[in-house]
Design a protein around this ligand. Structure first.
Ligand code: SF4
Length: 316
């Protein structure tokens, strides 16, 4: 955080691990512009004033310059410290923050101030809380609805592993989109997402759809971690079995040498291939490109998602 005299170690569990190899040279298709716009600075100042964290900053997202220029930020609730220690993620880990009771109002205020048509709310994992943070998601949704009733709400949640009733509570608050990322193929879970369980995450998405079929479901994968094409195809089939509407696929980028190495940079043509393959499997919408992230262009994609469902219902 700004102004700290001694910056905290962001990933204490990784501090004593040897560095992983770093692919220093990114291909041309990964290059992004530095964030310099006036809107970028205004968005940053607003988040600081309201004491809100964003995954855009915490995860060192490469799209921050573009997104914040349009005042599209993804707010990260439940504090800025995660109780898991995934090998791909730059969000700080360790002892989590005390819950901020004003966070829901502050999120509502930020959404209204930015005049957002669509907002994505995500969070850190809070294995320490009895409900995994579900009730804070509910309060945030209610605050946004109260102040900005026309804004559509997308939530990108943790897996609520071993948190009885959490999924049901969040679904009952009726977000427009319920996103939960599978992140990678099941074979890589023990090394990339060791605290999570592939079939639990899949079941979460299935449960959301069964509880309320009107909510769009969405999931995302990172590629370039060592998975192969057949494994990606299998995950697509699994997601379709859970009736997931929207799939995003993007390139994994290694945030620090302590994080999992990039196995390879997947080419734009291969991303196009994944997009075609996923469309053939029946997703309502697919976004696949090197810089695709769960919340990238989420506002425009929501409109496309709604249009795709309407066209399907109309039999077009
Ligand atoms: S892609 Fe998502 S996380 Fe990245 S800057 Fe844009 S809104 Fe933030």
């Amino acid at each position: 955080m700004d102004g700290d005299a001694t910056p905290r170690v962001r990933h204490p569990e990784k501090a004593h691990k040897p560095d992983n190899p770093v692919q220093r040279r990114k291909p041309d298709w990964i290059r992004v512009k530095a964030p310099v716009s006036k809107e970028y600075h205004e968005t940053r100042a607003l988040m600081r004033r309201l004491n809100l964290a964003t995954v855009c900053e915490e995860a060192a997202c490469p799209n921050i310059g573009e997104c914040w220029k349009q005042k599209h930020a993804t707010v990260m609730i439940l504090g800025s410290v995660c109780t898991r220690a995934c090998a791909f993620c730059n969000v700080a880990t360790g002892l989590p923050d005390k819950l901020d009771p004003h966070e829901p109002e502050h999120v509502g205020e930020a959404v209204a101030a930015l005049g957002m048509a669509h907002i994505v709310i995500t969070s850190v994992d809070r294995d320490d809380l009895d409900d995994g943070g579900a009730s804070q998601f509910v309060r945030v949704i209610q605050e946004i609805r109260k102040r900005s009733p026309k804004t559509t709400i997308e939530i990108l949640t943790p897996d609520f592993l071993r948190k009885e009733g959490a999924i049901e509570a969040v679904v009952a608050a009726r977000p427009d989109v319920f996103n939960h990322n599978l992140e990678t193929v099941p074979r890589l879970y023990p090394t990339i997402r060791p605290g999570a369980r592939y079939f639990h995450s899949l079941r979460l998405l299935d449960t959301v759809k069964r509880l309320d079929p009107s909510i769009f479901t969405k999931s995302g994968l990172m590629v370039g971690l060592g998975e192969d094409r057949n494994e990606i195809m299998q995950v697509m089939d699994d997601l379709r079995s859970a009736d997931v509407d929207f799939l995003t696929i993007g390139q994994y980028l290694q945030p620090t040498p302590k994080h999992a190495p990039v196995d390879r940079f997947v080419t734009p043509d291969e991303f196009e291939g994944y997009k075609t393959m996923a469309a053939g499997k029946g997703f309502l919408l697919v976004s696949a490109s090197p810089l695709t992230r769960s919340s990238y262009h989420a506002d425009a994609d929501f409109e496309r998602l709604r249009a795709a469902r309407n066209a399907k219902l109309a039999g077009r």
